[in-house]
Design a protein. Structure first.
Length: 418
């Protein structure tokens, strides 16, 4: 039994406790240093185990409930879940069972349950690998599933759940004139299905590309930045869109309220050799006049469930009302910063119409000098059925199913009268 493997498993159980018990996002836990003591390869393993367990949680629970008289304490339950997922993914039973028994056995609070761990996981090892692929695709929690069904229908949600269960490949945006690894997608991004360590990929050190989901790269393509043009990137971190704007030769101001998140923007600008004016500040207080603005508004992030399977479990939808109100205020303020004759792209990585289609419909009612630019959506790779009634673009995780899906996004280009 590897001490390193046990350390990674112990950390993964801690992360599951935080996500499922405390409602914390994985990103919050990592930013707080949850895995800082682990070696890089063990950090990667702990994250992978956490994500795989969250994706397969429903299947793991169905396997385990056959062997449990009652639901154990959360930490023990999460250790069983993690063990079940590993066993059903083909890990050697001896190593998984011994490691989990050791982890629980060393707990002052739960040490007496190591016999239960051993018995239950050995039963899962015997029957789980055969039963696992026959079980249904895990469903999203009802708080998210129900409104999504209302918006898009049962078939679409089944496709989204399939995409979430499969996970997300790695997408890259390549600098003009450079080349990157992977297959070129219809919209111009490149995709790798088994990427491995990002920093070891060809072109990383030279700054030839950056990681960015294919859907997230589309808003800048729709904005169509011009050489030397003064553009404001509101809510810019982690900076993929800032890099796109800078690579197009625009004079970019990248603004975000979080100095911590802006550190990532600075790092990527340095690595890629691109330039932008990076500003820490509140989007609602920013002043100035710009010919073009990109507003990637704070949102529920429900469109990113392929890459962030923790989100449906860490959240419950209670904060969405505040986010929707904030989006409306940000859009109105951004509109006041736009010069006459200018253009603004509003986007959110959300699957909820209230954060996309509805926001734009209401903004159009409130601003007589605002119009939707449908023609701007006529770019490579965009399919006509993705264009919505009010003239925006709706992207969903179940699109490109044969290619590996995409993040959910809403995007609209809004023109201001001259």
């Amino acid at each position: 039994m590897s001490d390193n493997a046990t350390a990674a498993r112990r950390s993964a159980i801690y992360l599951l406790d935080q996500i499922l018990g405390e409602g914390r996002l994985l990103s919050e836990c990592l930013a707080a240093g949850a895995l800082d003591r682990l070696a890089p390869e063990d950090r990667a393993r702990a994250q992978r185990l956490t994500l795989e367990t969250l994706r397969g949680l429903e299947r793991a629970d169905r396997l385990l409930e056959n062997h449990l008289n009652r639901t154990p304490a959360l930490t023990v339950h999460n250790a069983l879940r993690l063990g079940a997922v590993e066993l059903c993914h083909g890990e050697a039973a001896h190593g998984v069972v011994n490691s989990m028994v050791d982890i629980v056995g060393r707990s002052r609070k739960h040490g007496r349950l190591k016999g239960l761990m051993n018995a239950v996981l050995r039963k899962v090892a015997a029957e789980g690998p055969e039963a696992w692929p026959k079980m249904r695709v895990p469903r999203l929690p009802e708080w998210l599933r129900d409104p999504l069904i209302m918006a898009w229908g049962e078939d679409a949600i089944a496709g989204m759940e399939k995409a979430q269960f499969a996970g997300a490949p790695l997408d890259l945006t390549v600098k003009p004139g450079a080349s990157g690894p992977g297959d070129v997608l219809p919209t111009g991004s490149t995709r790798l299905h088994d990427a491995g360590q990002v920093t070891a990929l060809p072109g990383y050190g030279k700054g030839d590309w950056w990681v960015q989901d294919a859907a997230a790269a589309i808003p800048v393509r729709i904005l169509a930045p011009k050489l030397g043009e003064k553009i404001l990137d509101l809510c810019a971190a982690p900076g993929g869109k800032t890099l796109q704007l800078a690579a197009a030769g625009a004079d970019v101001t990248a603004l975000d309220v979080s100095e911590t998140r802006l550190a990532r923007v600075h790092e990527n600008l340095k690595r890629t050799g691109l330039k932008a004016n990076v500003v820490a500040g509140d989007a609602l207080e920013h002043q100035g006049q710009y010919g073009a603005i990109l507003l990637d508004a704070p949102c529920s992030a429900t469109g990113t469930i392929r890459r962030h399977p923790d989100l449906p479990f860490a959240k419950d939808g209670s904060e969405f009302g505040e986010l929707i109100e904030l989006q409306a205020r940000m859009l109105a303020h951004a509109w006041s910063l736009l010069k006459p004759g200018g253009r603004l792209v509003y986007c959110t990585c959300s699957l909820l119409p209230d954060e996309g289609e509805v926001q734009v419909e209401e903004a159009l009612d409130q601003h007589p000098d605002m119009s939707v630019d449908r023609a701007a959506l006529n770019i490579a790779g965009i399919e006509s059925e993705w264009i919505t009634e009010e003239g925006g673009l709706r992207l969903r995780p179940d699109y490109w199913a044969d290619l590996g899906g995409m993040d959910g996004f809403y995007i609209a280009r809004l023109n201001k009268s001259a």
